[in-house]
Design a protein around this ligand. Structure first.
Ligand SMILES: *Cc1c(COP(=O)(O)O)cnc(C)c1O
Length: 381
């Protein structure tokens, strides 16, 4: 789907904010720790190419994506820094991984056995770089048994075309006040770490939450995602150690304004009834753009005031209650700043009972993305 550029609904991404969120975290790392920017899922909906280029300017050392296609997209758009694929890539794509100079997660002994077999039949230009994933308590992908880990090392030692570039794990509760499960995962990773060689280029445990609240425990590289976009990975549970700046705004404009009589209905299901004569505005954005139906009642911003979405959100449009008449074309802010008022993505997530990640990732490709940048890339404040 191509973005609908002739309609007045758009995402605006402040790349200056993204660079600040990176630089502030980089300043907290030791000089032996590097940052990989996590730009999977189209940069959490922000636009992976623009975000990646901004991240390079801000000083990251590499990138994490979720799958092979996301990685190839970065390479095809001029990103030359290391790229790590965090999720499963089918062993049959070994040549593609090497051709595009990608590092890939080794999620299990089975995977490694298959890759080992395939690689032996190929004449690779250089070794395949793998990051062995240890499942210390996330229960998603990764090695759990020490026996499997030892067998994996034996395979790696015997195949010069497989390079052990990284060893890593992923914490399930680094964004939570309770540290019990986090500590269990730490213990398990410490045990696993000892089964692998001393020298490994990247040993990494930290997502945003682990670096914000646990000093990137055990990492010489961090995988920095949500916080880079200026979002708090814990939602409202933990206070971020430095101010994060939300990079994404969602804006639209009024396309229709009318006064309707008291006792009239608005929207599918006729769920809203006017209590007096009311000014109603229509917005060209709906659930097909990622403005989920549960946003009914959520307050958006117009002329520096909060006004509710009334009636059910339609696929392509929704209605808001206006305090007075405004001209068609008046700006309406769903997330971001409108005059002195600010709507956080977190407030939207709270409203519909989800996490900030899901809000930005859920914004569809129908929305055009506009980018704000400065040329010098200087950090403010
Ligand atoms: C998505 C992901 C991250 C980034 O997490 P944030 O909470 O956005 O920082 C890090 N590591 C892995 C394995 C991931 O899947």
């Amino acid at each position: 789907m191509i973005p609908s550029i002739h309609r007045d609904s758009k995402i605006i991404v402040d790349l200056v904010a993204i660079k600040q969120n990176i630089k502030k975290e980089l300043a907290r790392l030791t000089n032996r720790q590097e940052m990989f920017a996590v730009v999977k899922a189209n940069g959490y909906g922000h636009g992976s190419i623009h975000v990646s280029k901004a991240a390079v300017e801000a000083g990251v050392s590499g990138f994490c994506v979720s799958n092979l296609d996301e990685a190839i997209e970065l390479r095809n758009n001029g990103i030359q820094l290391p790229i790590l694929i965090l999720s499963y890539v089918a062993p049959e794509y070994v040549e593609l991984m090497v051709d595009y100079d990608l590092s890939v997660t080794c999620p299990s002994l089975d995977w490694l056995i298959q890759v080992n077999r395939i690689i032996k039949q190929l004449d690779l230009a250089k070794p395949l770089a793998i990051h062995v994933k240890i499942d210390t308590g996330m229960g998603r992908i990764g090695f759990r048994s020490q026996e499997d880990m030892s067998q994996a090392m034996a395979i790696i030692d015997n195949n010069p075309d497989i390079l052990l570039e990284g060893l890593f794990t992923h914490f399930a509760t680094a964004d939570s006040v309770s540290e019990e499960h986090f500590n269990l995962q730490k213990e398990r990773f410490t045990v696993a770490r000892a089964l692998f060689p001393e020298k490994i280029r990247y040993v990494h445990t930290a997502n945003s939450a682990t670096t914000l609240w646990h000093d990137a425990w055990g990492s010489n590289m961090i995988r920095y995602g949500d916080a880079m976009y200026g979002l708090n990975p814990s939602g409202n549970e933990l206070v971020e150690p430095f101010p994060l700046k939300q990079a994404l705004s969602l804006e639209t404009t009024l396309i229709h304004v009318k006064k309707i009589e008291k006792g009239e209905k608005v929207g599918y299901g006729a769920t809203y009834e006017t209590k007096t004569n009311e000014w109603i505005g229509t917005l060209p954005i709906g659930y097909a753009d990622g403005l989920r139906r549960r946003f009914q009642g959520f307050e958006v911003l117009i002329d520096g005031q909060r006004v509710p979405i009334i009636g059910r959100v339609c696929m392509d449009q929704c209605m808001i209650k206006l305090p007075k008449s405004y001209p068609v074309g008046t700006k309406v802010t769903i997330f971001g700043t409108n005059q002195h008022q600010f709507n956080s993505i977190q407030s939207g997530a709270d409203y519909i009972g989800t996490i900030n990640y899901e809000i930005t990732c859920g914004l569809s490709d129908r929305l055009p993305r506009e980018f704000i940048d400065n040329t010098c890339g200087e950090m403010e404040g």
